[in-house]
Structures are given as C-alpha cells and as structure tokens.
Design a protein around this ligand. Sequence first.
Ligand SMILES: [Zn+2]
Length: 417
Amino acid sequence: THTRGVTLGGHAGCWGGGGGAVFKLLWQPLGGKEDQASFPCFAEGAADLRKWKNRPTEHRKHSEFVTVNFKSSSVEMKLFHSSLSPTQCFLNAIVQCLSHTCGLRDYVLLKRYRQEKCAKEDAKLTEAFSQVLTGLWEEAEAVSVVNPRQFYNVFKEAVPYFSGYSQQDAQEFLRFLLDKLHVEINRRPYVRRTCLIFISFHRISEEAAVMWKKHLERDDSRIVDLFSGQLRSSLHCSVCSHYSNTFDVFCDLSLPIPKRSSGREVMLKDCLDLFSQEEKLDRENSPMCERCTRHTECTKRLSIQRFPQVIVIHLNRFTMSRWSISKSTVYVSFPLTNLDLGPYGPVDCGPVLYDLYAICNHVGTVNMGHYTACCLDENGWCLYNDSSVTPVSENQLQTNQAYVLFYQLIPLHCGGR
Ligand SMILES: [Zn+2]
C-alpha cells in the first residue's frame, strides 16, 4: 500500500499508510534562493533539490513552480485519530481542493505572502491556512490526519456568518475564504477607488484591458493571479440597436443545470451554453440604454473576456424558491481533460483548454448532506472523505454529486488571453 495523501480530520474512520510514503517538495525552478531558508522543514531534501535544479530539462517551461516528488523509505505515515466535528466536511472538501491547486499551495507553503504583504494587519487566516497545508504536505512523523479546527476558528472570527454548527454550503465557504485570503495578502491594500474616465474605445478588448488594469490597481494578489477572470456582459438595445458592454471580475462561474431532456444526458457544455445564452430583458429589468437614455427592451449575453488560470465551475444544484430549497440530482457529465472554453470567450479566441484536477461533491439532500473531494496528484485521483482517503479510478469521478469543479488552464493553449 502506498500512502497516497494526507487527510483532514473529521468523521470517524481511519486510514493508515505504511511503507514508502510519497514525500512531496515544492520548489521554484530558477533563481529562488530565498525559498530554502524559508522552508526549513524540507531542509533535508535540499541537496536533492539542488541536484534536481541543475537539470534544466526537468523544468516545465510555462509553470512558475514545479512539484518535485521522491520516495523516501524512511518516511512513514502513522495513524492519528482526530475528533473534528462532522459538520465541517464542507471545509475539509474545499481545503483539499485548494490544497491541490498547485499555484496556491506552493505560494502558501513557501509563505511567499510574508514577502509580498502590504497590509499592516497580520495575515492571520493565511497563516492558519498555511499551517493546515503544511500538515497536509509535509512528511509527518506521527500525523496523517490534520485537524483544521484552529484554521476554522480564525475563519469564523473573520466571517461570523459561518459560526454555529449548521451545515454550510461549500461554494459559499470557498467564496468567503478566497475573498478573505485575498484581502489579507492584497499587494495594494490602500489604493483608493478612483473615478473612471469615460473614453470611447474602438475595440472591446481595449476597453476590457483598461477595466482589468483598473481592477488590478486595487485588487492584486495571488488569489487574483490564479482565480480571477473577467466576464463580459453585452447588451443590445432592441430600439436603437446600440451595443454596450460591461465587464465584471469573477472568481467562479455558477452554472445553471438544464432540465434533462428525455433520453439524453446533460453535459457540462449544456450548462455553459445555458449560461451564455442570449437572454431577453424587458423594460423593467433592463439597464438604461446609453443611446436612448431610457430603459428599453434589450438582449443580454454573457461571455468570458479574460480566462483565469484556475476556473472554478459551480454546478448550481440548489434552487431557492419562496418556501424551500430543492436540490437537483441531474447527472452532468464533464470532461477530465481538454475542456474547451474558447467558444465562451472573445470572438476568434481559438481553443482555451483546461484540465480537471479537483471536484467537490455534495452527497445527500438539502437537509442531510455531506461533502467529499476528489483530487488529482501525480499518483492519480484520490477520494478525500474527511479523515479517510482512498484511490479512485477516473471512471468513478463522474457522479450526480459533483458540485464544484476545479479546472487548471493548460498553458500551451492560451488563445484569447
Ligand atoms: Zn437604445
């Protein structure tokens, strides 16, 4: 048996690995001399790394960081029982997904935020998050289950809304977490919002680029580097035919799930099509037309103007009606590799391909639910179910429980960026 990952504490249940544990190291390929000093727990591996660093063929050209793995027979994972409340499974599942987001994991493990940080306040949540990730990724003498309670306490302090022990929504947690981490590690925390000067742009891409630059003037962090993209909402006035665009920053795409038409399975593409489909807005619900200077009937269409490094796709399974919340259990098939979002981007942007690396699942009903995560590392896919981790095959990944999908941009195909 090979140790295939480290779990987060939670429900009862145990899993122990023995023998050749996989020891993971994260290192910057070139010119990162400061990292050795700031990562003392891996000091033993430094010699091997230096050797590795001298082999330029090993570099992945397009990646800032490279993951190094080697097996160490002296490292043995032992079992540790933790007493974590089961209602925190939403946290465990999301943390596992984020901990498999290489760009974030490396940044947090190497504590790079300490060098970048501009805000006067301590990065308390980021430090607590770093502690959990260190527990998950460092070779541990006696621990294979990490208790994220301290991290959750710090999180609840920052977001009191999450206090109490009721079941929380994983997607909501993810949004709050990324937002709070961003605020703590923002490289430009004290830049005031400035007024936009309205210039007429000849090209949509120019306008989008100006808006994006404006965003980065105030909000610039590792979270933005990885997760932020730009959505374009284009309006077409039915009276004067005027086209106008607005641009919004997004950190995830929340997709509606279409009703299953008989005999045909729903694919992720159907959800994306529905999301980007032209929508008719009546006068009451439409924004003011710039040319008519009044509310007119118009059509609206959403598209992705700027693709993020990591695209988080939320399958919106929960529908809130006036009286109740219902859950859709429609099976949505999704590609594990080469998800092409090019058709939802700017015209003629070419293919924009993404590979899946993590899934957050929601099992059960609205009232009695449980979250698990499936994450990919270099050994394959594993199912993380609180304190247990089991290898899974690719054909076990697609279920009607898939709730949040994490895709990484394939760097060679950056069309439209
Ligand atoms: Zn008009």
